[in-house]
Design a binder for this molecule. Structure first.
Ligand code: IPE
Ligand code: IPE
Ligand code: MG
Length: 253
C-alpha cells in the first residue's frame, strides 16, 4: 500500500489491552470468558501488524498492580499465557515473529518463566515483528530497577553521578534496544496510562477507543493507524523544523 508522502513512520505500536472483564460481564459471562476472547484478539492483531509492516508491537498483558486481583483470576491469566505460548509457537516461527518479555519476571512462577524463556529463544531469529509482552510490568517498577542498575555502576566506580544521562536509563530499562513507541492505543474507553511505559511514552501519540479489547479487530486497528497518519509530530520543535524528515512511510521501511 502506498501512502501519501507526509505520513509519519510507525516503528513501534504499544497497546493497553483493556476491557476483557466488562466485555464478559455485559454478556452475563464470567470474566475468564473475556480474557479467552481477548487472546483471540491478540492473535488477530499480531497478524494485522505483520501485514501492516509494523516492526515492533508491545502489548500490556499483565501489570505489576494486576497481582492484586483475586488469585483465581491471576491463575486464569497465567494459564491463558501458557496456552497462548504453546498454541502460537508455530505461527510465530512461520510469520517471523520474535517474542520478548518486559517486566519483573522474578514474580512469575518457575513454570511461566521457563516457558517464556523457551519461547524467546525459539523465536529469536524472527525478523519481521518483535512482539513484546509486558508481563508483571509496571513503569515505576521498571524505572526503580533501572535506577538500581545505574547506582550499582556508580558504586563500582564505572560511572560518575554527573555523567548519568538519558542513554544510561534507556540501556538499563527492560526495553533496552527497542525504539520508543510511536503510537499508544488504549481500548475500553479509559483515559489513562495505568503505569505503562512511563519513560518510553514521553512523545508517543495517544489514541483512546471505546471498544473493549475483545471487540478490537483489524478494522479498528486500521482506524487507529489512519488517525496516526494524520498526526504531525513536533517533538518540541516548530512545524517548520519538523517538516524535514517526513516523507517516509511503513511501506518503504
Ligand atoms: C484487561 O482487561 C486485561 C488485564 C488487565 C489482564 P480487564 O481484566 O482489565 O477488563 P476490565 O477493565 O475489568 O473490563
Ligand atoms: C491496565 O489495565 C493493565 C493491562 C491492560 C494489563 P487495568 O485494567 O489493570 O488498569 P486500571 O486498573 O483500569 O487502571
Ligand atoms: Mg481493566
Amino acid at each position: 500500500m502506498t501512502m501519501p508522502k507526509s505520513n509519519p513512520i510507525l516503528h513501534h505500536l504499544a497497546i493497553i489491552m483493556d476491557g476483557n472483564g466488562r466485555w464478559a460481564e455485559e454478556r452475563g459471562l464470567p470474566r475468564v470468558a473475556g480474557h479467552q476472547q481477548g487472546v483471540r484478539t491478540v492473535v488477530e492483531i499480531v497478524d494485522e501488524c505483520v501485514r501492516q509492516k509494523i516492526s515492533c508491537l508491545t502489548l500490556f498483558a499483565f501489570s505489576s498492580e494486576n497481582w492484586g486481583r483475586p488469585q483465581s483470576e491471576v491463575e486464569t491469566l497465567m494459564a491463558l499465557l501458557l496456552e497462548f505460548l504453546a498454541a502460537q509457537r508455530q505461527r510465530m516461527l512461520g510469520d517471523g515473529v520474535s517474542l520478548r518479555v518486559i517486566g519483573d519476571r522474578s514474580r512469575l512462577s518457575a513454570e511461566v518463566q521457563v516457558a517464556l524463556q523457551k519461547a524467546e529463544e525459539e523465536t529469536a531469529a524472527g525478523s519481521r515483528l518483535t512482539l513484546v509482552l509486558a508481563l508483571s510490568y509496571g513503569g515505576r517498577d521498571e524505572l526503580v530497577r533501572a535506577s538500581r542498575k545505574i547506582a550499582q555502576r556508580v558504586a563500582d566506580g564505572e560511572l560518575e553521578p554527573d555523567a548519568i544521562g538519558p542513554a544510561d536509563f534507556e540501556s538499563s530499562l527492560d526495553t533496552a534496544g527497542l525504539p520508543d513507541p510511536d503510537l499508544l492505543i488504549r481500548t475500553s474507553g479509559e483515559l489513562r496510562i495505568s503505569n505503562f511505559l512511563l519513560w518510553q511514552l514521553a512523545y508517543a501519540e495517544l489514541y483512546f477507543v471505546d471498544a473493549y479489547w475483545p471487540d478490537f479487530g483489524p478494522p479498528e486497528l486500521r482506524a487507529a493507524l489512519d488517525s496516526y497518519r494524520q498526526r504531525r509530530r513536533r517533538f518540541g520543535l516548530t512545524a517548520e523544523q519538523t517538516a524535514e524528515g517526513e516523507g517516509l512511510s511503513n511501506s518503504a521501511s
